[in-house]
Ligand binder design. Structure first.
Ligand code: HEM
Ligand code: HEM
Length: 179
């Protein structure tokens, strides 16, 4: 069932906006932007925070009081907001970042990110999140978390992250922030 974005907005204005921005475009690099994110993905992450499957103390607290309907309403609201375009801050990372994102690394079997996250970083329907214009610092932390496998578990992304070097993660995170 689809959520009601107007009901979602009421929760955003009182609770989420402080960290994620009233329109889902956050300022601090540690707080992900949620504007334009895939609604199915947003809903699944809120459920994962609440159940403790995805471990983050802040978001565990934030999701504790949310009902299933609240989560659907929040997902509907954020998914309908317009993502703010960004420029990658560290231009030196672009060649390697673009290569990983668009081609991957054949020698270590890192697949092209765009095969699941889309050529323009907009994600694909259902479970493949949008990455475009996300904060580089947040993206890099997620890749490290997938690789470590303690706070965040996902079979596909754990396998990919475990094949990547720190330099590749840094470069692709910068590239993604400018997509
Ligand atoms: C992550 C939603 C409130 C800080 C997330 C994510 C979602 C979300 C969906 C995962 C995004 C992704 O995977 O791309 C919400 C909602 C809120 C809320 C609906 C209100 C009910 C807050 C507040 C803070 C906060 C108030 C700060 C005090 C964070 C941080 C992360 C995060 C730091 C990243 C966690 C990590 O590194 O894995 N939030 N959030 N959130 N949120 Fe919130
Ligand atoms: C999630 C990066 C390749 C499938 C994510 C996230 C990041 C990321 C940063 C978390 C997004 C967020 O928290 O908002 C990358 C990079 C890739 C890559 C840098 C290339 C090196 C792929 C490929 C696939 C894939 C090839 C499919 C075969 C997924 C899925 C999720 C995800 C399903 C959601 C995981 C969950 O539910 O927790 N990816 N990705 N990714 N990615 Fe990738």
């Amino acid at each position: 069932a689809k959520g009601d974005p107007a009901k979602g907005k009421q929760i955003v204005d009182t609770v989420c906006a402080a960290c994620h921005g009233a329109d889902g475009n956050s300022v601090a690099a540690a707080n992900p932007s949620l504007a334009g994110q895939n609604p199915q993905y947003l809903y699944s992450q809120l459920k994962a925070f609440k159940s403790g499957e995805r471990k983050n103390p802040t978001m565990f607290g934030m999701s504790a009081g949310l009902s299933d309907d609240d989560m659907r309403n929040l997902a509907a609201y954020f998914s309908q907001q317009k993502p703010k375009e960004r420029e990658a801050a560290d231009k030196q990372q672009m060649p390697l970042g673009a290569k990983i994102y668009r081609v991957g690394n054949a020698s270590t079997h890192v697949p092209a990110c765009m095969s699941c996250h889309g050529p323009a970083g907009k994600g694909l329907p259902d479970q493949f999140p949008r990455l475009g214009s996300q904060h580089a610092g947040y993206v890099a932390k997620q890749l490290a978390d997938f690789k470590a496998g303690t706070d965040r578990k996902n079979t596909i992304m754990a396998d990919i992250a475990s094949r990547m070097t720190d330099a590749e993660m840094k470069a692709v995170s910068e590239y993604i922030s400018g997509l």
